[in-house]
Design a protein around this ligand. Structure first.
Ligand SMILES: [Zn+2]
Length: 325
């Protein structure tokens, strides 16, 4: 009898031990199945002595930080998301360290935020840069289509979703290059130009306007990852994320000139002094973004205007007629 009780006790202990291990296994499996938080890393472009673009009192590093904070705040309203900024204070940070920061946190995606400018302050619009190859290209391109639609709905001109290579055939932008080395999908968003009057209304109204960019970026992320937010009343669990095929080779940017670019005077009104011209342009590799023209033989060119965007990106042959006074 005594021996039996001993055995029962031993048996009970063993069973407990087994049920305990079974419990641990169950939890670890269920954690791996789902409900692991989505980890988003936001990289506010520039910082510290690295100020980025500056124009008429606007400093890029301040603008990217404002957008990053608003983006984080908005993203945290969604279920199951962890959000980190590569830096919370105004400091310069090596590009490599920004990607390493994301890797340490097991980031599912890195979003790098910037504002654009041009030497002659004449360009305008938004663009998204994506890694040039493989699954990172496909993921970046799918996300970028959602983000670009948001930016377009806001009223910004799309300069496109693009790749850029350095002379080693690697990603030109360090943050995309290092994120790819770390195995993290990434994109670089140039929200608008901070030095052009056409984009002015998107940032000039102060911090609330930059918050709008942050909310917009967060919404694009929420749609891409099909997130839900009770407080926002948003449920993107069935959002139709555009699919992008994984390219077999590096996706190279278009470096060639448009095949066709001509201008012809079609009418001269001597009474009013109006001249009507017809322009034709074609580029098979990509679409044409801007056009500008000169009426003094090329000494002075007027500010660039947007070239009509075709329905299909590679069918950009268009005629444009306009009148010069
Ligand atoms: Zn920048």
């Amino acid at each position: 009898m005594k021996g039996n009780i001993q055995l029962k006790k031993i048996l009970k202990a063993v069973l407990l031990f087994f049920s305990f291990t079974a419990l641990i296994t169950f939890f670890s499996v269920s954690a791996a199945w789902a409900d692991e938080p989505l980890v988003i890393v936001i990289d506010p472009g520039h910082g510290g002595e690295n100020k980025g673009a500056q124009y008429e009192g606007y400093t890029e590093k301040e603008m990217t930080m404002a957008v990053a904070r608003a983006m984080k705040e908005e993203l945290l309203k969604y279920d199951g998301v962890e959000v980190y900024l590569t830096h919370e204070t105004d400091e310069d940070m090596a590009i490599k360290d920004r990607a390493a920061f994301a890797a340490e946190r097991n980031a599912d995606f890195l979003f790098c935020l910037h504002f654009n400018s041009s030497a002659d302050h004449n360009y305008f619009g938004a663009e998204v840069w994506v890694p040039a190859g493989g699954e990172y290209y496909a993921q970046g391109y799918s996300f970028a289509q959602i983000a670009m639609r948001e930016l377009g709905d806001l009223g910004l001109y799309s300069r496109g979703i693009k790749t850029r290579l350095n002379d080693r055939n690697d990603n030109y932008y360090g943050i995309l290059r290092y994120s790819t080395y770390e195995g993290i999908p990434s994109v670089l968003i140039e929200h608008c130009h901070l030095d052009n009057e056409k984009d002015e209304k998107f940032y000039r109204q102060g911090p609330e306007q930059l918050d709008e960019f942050g909310r917009l970026d967060a919404t694009a992320v929420a749609k891409y990852f099909r997130l839900k937010s009770e407080s926002l009343g948003a449920d993107y669990s069935n959002f139709p994320v555009p699919e992008t095929e994984i390219p077999s080779d590096i996706v190279r940017p278009d470096r060639t000139e448009p095949e066709l670019c001509q201008i012809e005077v079609t009418e001269i009104n001597e009474e009013t002094g109006e001249i009507t011209v017809c322009m034709e342009a074609e580029d098979k590799d990509s679409y044409i973004l801007y056009y500008h023209y000169s009426i003094d033989g090329g000494n002075y060119y007027f500010m660039p205007e947007t070239w009509p965007r075709p329905e299909v990106w590679n069918q950009s042959l268009r005629e444009l007629e306009f009148t010069i006074n």
